[in-house]
Design a protein around this ligand. Structure first.
Ligand code: UD1
Ligand code: CA
Length: 470
């Protein structure tokens, strides 16, 4: 099979978005538009993906790089190179592809061209386009579809024999052409060398004064080549996003697609209408998602979990049989098998809640490890802490981790009982089997099997001997 490279046109501002943000950075299901297109592209295992970027190029590049890195961690797209091309001034889709001339010149084989603002395209569809293109031996193949309302799209003008004659933009079309329902999706395969030769001959004699990529087709046809058409029938995959109304339409379609895939794989959604889950999220069998839950990013959730209403999970790693009660917020953190959190728990910044631990209401856990079977049931802040197994953290406990300048760690051992309202002034260590009294302010390390009581806490070894100043 001949080699494949993919170009993504993503340089435009997207005037019709009425936004200061480049169009391809607007998010769909929590992920910038361009990354949805990149995701479909890497599934074809191309040698290179070439995003042509212009508006807010730095930010767009960063967003794609970060997403590509996240995918590589999951072994997706590891063999695909990324080659960003800058289109400093946006003079049209043809101009966008022309900017990558230096990257394309040494290449041969097929270039698939995708639009950064057509994000719902499925990789299966791209695969059929590619194999159709390569089987016919045409120099180019454009994807088309019939739309009841073709307004705004380029129209496909066929000749008497049904072959492509040209593509006419809406703004350049005459009355007869405006009546055509078959539109140009903005996704193409071209053989690289003939494409480059046609790009050199693009003109700007059109309503927008731009270099139109669509004109490449008629130029190549004029050269005596054939440009084929690949007619698709799934409107929900080819919608282009030019306005925020279309963004919302695509959001709904993508959400439905993601939820259906999860439901068909064994996840119960009590109310799909009010459930928001990003496309990269993985959820195991027999997990139940209650109404009004949001799950985003590269989150993975195991089997037999129950996620209750109003919880918002972002980039989480959740094991099996985990219960997230109502109104929890979990960000970039792990909940291991059998964990139970909430209601109203806040877990963030690489926190790890180990097997069968319980985090109750109004408990915040930041950048901390909570050991197996440990419980912190009420009104507590655990920050920069490492807590052992089977320990109980009483209501109102605070790890006082910040002295106004720096953050300090708290270490709590196994089988510890932290009394209600204990202030643990970090850096501090509480040894295995120790106890703190209710209301104590612990400012010195507590050795194993000791008791700390008072303000500041006096520390007494279980044997009765005093181990700190009294
Ligand atoms: C384009 C097609 C149209 C097709 C439609 C499908 C052309 C001339 N027209 O129109 O036939 O029906 O897509 O959605 O190609 N871009 C750049 N640099 C530029 C201009 C655009 O990178 O200078 C990028 C945009 O960021 C966008 C994509 O190309 O991702 C499409 O550009 P857009 O201006 O939205 O084209 P349409 O008017 O939608
Ligand atoms: Ca568009």
């Amino acid at each position: 099979m001949s080699s494949l490279n993919v170009l993504i046109m993503a340089g435009g501002l997207g005037t019709r978005m009425k936004s200061d943000l480049a169009k391809v950075l607007h998010k769909l299901s929590g992920t910038p538009l361009i990354n949805h297109v990149y995701r479909a592209a890497v599934d074809l295992s191309p040698e290179t993906v070439i995003p042509v970027i212009g508006h807010q190029a730095g930010e767009v590049e960063k967003a794609v790089e970060a997403f590509a890195d996240q995918l590589r961690v999951r072994n997706i797209g590891t063999d695909t190179k990324l080659a960003f091309v800058l289109q400093a001034e946006q003079k049209g889709t043809g101009h966008a592809v022309m900017q990558s001339r230096d990257v394309l010149t040494p290449m041969s084989g097929t270039l698939m061209i995708l639009s950064g603002d057509v994000p719902l395209i499925k990789s299966e569809t791209l695969k059929s386009l590619l194999s159709t293109h390569q089987a016919t031996g045409n120099v180019g193949t454009a994807m088309t579809i019939d739309l009841d309302n073709p307004t705004g799209y380029g129209r496909i003008v066929r000749d008497a024999t049904g072959n492509l004659s040209k593509i006419v933009e809406h703004r350049d079309a005459n009355a007869a052409e405006l009546g055509i329902k078959e539109i140009n999706v903005g996704i193409y395969c071209y053989e690289i060398q003939p494409l480059l030769s046609a790009l050199n001959r693009l003109k700007t004699a059109n309503a927008q004064g731009e270099y139109y990529l669509t004109d490449v087709a008629s130029i190549l046809i004029g050269d005596g080549h054939k440009v084929g058409l690949f007619k698709h029938d799934r409107e929900d995959e080819v919608l282009g996003i030019n306005t925020r109304v279309e963004l919302a339409t695509c959001e709904k379609l993508l959400r439905r697609r993601t939820l259906e895939k999860l439901m068909l794989s064994g996840v119960t959604m009590i109310d799909p209408e009010s459930t928001y889950i990003s496309p990269e999220v993985e959820i195991g069998r027999d997990t139940i998602i209650h109404p009004q839950v949001i799950i985003e990013g590269q989150s993975r959730i195991g089997n037999n979990c129950e996620i209750h209403s109003w919880s918002h999970l972002t980039d989480v790693e959740i094991g099996n049989a985990v219960v997230v009660k109502n109104s929890c917020v979990v960000v970039s953190s792990a909940l291991r098998d059998g964990v139970n959190i909430g209601p109203f728990a806040h877990i963030r910044m690489n926190a790890e809640i180990c097997e069968n631990a319980v985090i109750g209401n109004f408990v915040e856990v930041k950048k901390s490890k909570v050991g197996k079977g440990t419980k912190s049931m009420h009104l507590t802040y655990l920050g920069d802490a490492t807590i052992g197994e089977r320990t109980n953290i009483g209501a109102g406990t605070v790890t006082c981790n910040y002295d106004g300048k720096q953050k300090h760690p708290t270490i709590i051992g196994d089988d510890v009982k932290i009394g209600s309202d204990t202030m643990l002034v970090a850096p501090i260590t509480v040894g295995n089997g120790s106890t703190t009294g209710a209301g104590s302010v612990v400012t010195k390390d507590v050795p194993p099997n000791s008791t700390a009581v008072g303000v500041p806490a006096r520390i007494r070894h279980r044997g009765g001997e005093v181990t700190s100043d009294e």
